[in-house]
Design a protein around this ligand. Sequence first.
Ligand SMILES: C[S@@+](CC[C@H](N)C(=O)[O-])C[C@H]1O[C@@H](n2cnc3c(N)ncnc32)[C@H](O)[C@@H]1O
Length: 221
Amino acid sequence: MDDVKWQAVEDYIAGNLIEEDAALSQALKASAAAGLPDIAVSATQGKLLQLLAQTLGAQKILEIGTLGGYSSIWLARGLVPGGRLITLEVDPAHADVARRNLDRAGLGDRVEVRLGPALETLPGLVEAGPFDLIFIDADKQSNADYFKWAVRLSRPGSLIIVDNVVRGGKVADASSSEPMVLGTRRLFAALASDQSVEATALQTVGPKGYDGFVVARVKVP
Ligand SMILES: C[S@@+](CC[C@H](N)C(=O)[O-])C[C@H]1O[C@@H](n2cnc3c(N)ncnc32)[C@H](O)[C@@H]1O
């Protein structure tokens, strides 16, 4: 029942406020046709990412976890002219689909898909940074490490967003032994102990069920 209501409200919001054009819908279709899992951000979340990038006047965005490039398209559309997005992906098949989707969206010139396990490609990004916005959406077990890298690759005022941190409410279960829940709880511990950021997390419902995301801002001294 809740799911039906959440979907109806999502459709209502999207119907009024989200212009999901051919490039975005084709990206989802091509991803599904290539057998990629249906785990991209929702259109409403994607639009939020674009709005945040625009608000920051983002010149450099880093994404960890590309999949078929759906969130990359939203983020890249929030870049200022001449801005660049680097997105990290471990799976070569996902990276190929993403590159094609980004080219089709006319964004191939400003988005680079870097292949490899993110913990191995992140150290090579020090020169490319600092990034104005970092979106973390890969393997949840590594979220605390990704967050620490995000802080290292940011500047005062940068935003760090981490997706899927509520996990159907399981994040509050201290007895959980699920690796993704443990990884998310390690992320919250890292956020809480890092004096260089201030952060909050919001719970969400919608087509992806009950979940949520962290928004952290690197403090400006
Ligand atoms: C939730 S999906 C990303 C969804 C995408 N951000 C979107 O909303 O369109 C997670 C992606 O992270 C990738 N991934 C998993 N582990 C990774 C790792 N260690 N390094 C880089 N990417 C990884 C997966 O292959 C998958 O494509």
